[in-house]
Write a protein that binds this ligand. Structure first.
Ligand SMILES: C[S@@+](CC[C@H](N)C(=O)[O-])C[C@H]1O[C@@H](n2cnc3c(N)ncnc32)[C@H](O)[C@@H]1O
Length: 301
């Protein structure tokens, strides 16, 4: 007989306190319908700390010296890490067939490209970018830097290892599997020729201080991440992306995502296969705090 996991009841007021502190920490917002999810996923944790109830757990999140670890745990059990290679192929076609050739001309002096996969989960997205770049022989000898970042250390460990199962290849052409992976039993190990361009870093997208150290990027992909964020947090992240992009740089979001109602600081560029946000040429840095009508709903609109 299995002992049923005892669920500790989460009252409405503590649920709201808890979800607001999670939102403030990482941007992810749980609406009222998610109360049971938090109750179910965190009850065991409350018990493992030998706490009476969720109110005590909330106090721990506020005051305990290990509250950082606790938030890391919460992010791990509550975030969606679903990802796979060559996800949203139309958009990747635009990156490969139109944006990369443009960068080849634009950056031909420095011979350098920097691309950031923000919220990369287990790494399939940044490695996909590496493969697409390698397919263009003309970047040979260039300084290629692809940054994969995520808030979750556990998924980043997988990303750094670069070992995948069949499930990660649901839309991958056999050609790429053969060329860039070594198969061992039922595992696929990414080859060094693609792996060497990709660095991984643990970054909370709501931490503007750390994000400043990311440096300037030609392209940022942030796909299927901000859909879980509340509006204010999305504005903050989009603002950081605007700061990090070079003039004329591109921001690729997931298909279900738009920055309408968030920012007017980008223009929508129409390519053959897709539309992509672009930081216009010659845009001065826009400060959220000083504000600017550019960021809709910023501190001062
Ligand atoms: C659904 S995955 C998206 C993976 C990939 N971009 C894709 O489209 O396939 C969302 C990822 O965003 C990460 N994430 C959520 N909140 C974050 C935050 N505040 N900072 C950085 N990463 C975050 C999660 O840990 C998760 O791995």
């Amino acid at each position: 007989m299995f002992e049923t996991e005892k669920i500790i009841p989460l009252t409405d007021d503590v649920f709201r306190l808890l979800r607001d502190s999670i939102k403030d920490y990482c941007g992810i917002y749980f609406d009222d319908n998610s109360k049971y999810l938090l109750e179910k996923r965190l009850s065991k944790r409350v018990r493992s700390h030998s706490l009476e109830d969720f109110r005590d757990y909330y106090r721990l999140l506020l005051y305990d010296k290990k509250k950082g670890e606790e938030f890391a745990f919460i992010v791990d059990v509550l975030t969606v890490n679903e990802t796979y290679f060559f996800r949203e192929m139309n958009q990747l076609r635009t990156l490969s067939e139109e944006i990369l050739p443009e960068l080849k001309d634009k950056n031909r002096g420095a011979r350098k490209i920097r691309i950031w996969s923000a919220g990369c989960s287990t790494g399939e997205e940044p490695y996909t970018i590496a493969m697409l770049i390698l397919e263009h022989g003309y970047f040979l000898g260039w300084d290629i830097e692809i940054l994969g970042s995520d808030i979750n250390q556990r998924v980043l460990q997988y990303a750094r290892r670069g070992v995948y199962r069949k499930n990660s290849f649901r839309t991958t052409d056999e050609y790429f599997m053969k060329k860039y992976f070594t198969k061992e039993d039922n595992l696929y190990i990414i080859n060094d020729n693609a792996k060497r361009f990709v660095n991984f870093s643990c970054l909370n997208l709501l931490d503007p201080f750390k994000i400043k150290f990311v440096g300037n990027m030609d392209v940022i992909l942030c796909r299927n991440v901000l859909i879980y964020f509340d509006l204010d947090s999305r504005k903050k992240v989009i603002h950081s992306f605007h700061e990090r992009l070079v003039d004329g740089g591109y921001l690729l979001m997931g298909h279900a995502e738009s920055i309408m109602n968030i920012s007017t600081a980008f223009t929508l560029k129409h390519f053959k296969n897709d539309m992509v946000y672009q930081k216009p040429q010659g845009t001065a840095a826009i400060s959220l705090s000083e504000n600017s009508a550019k960021f809709v709903g910023g501190n001062k609109v």
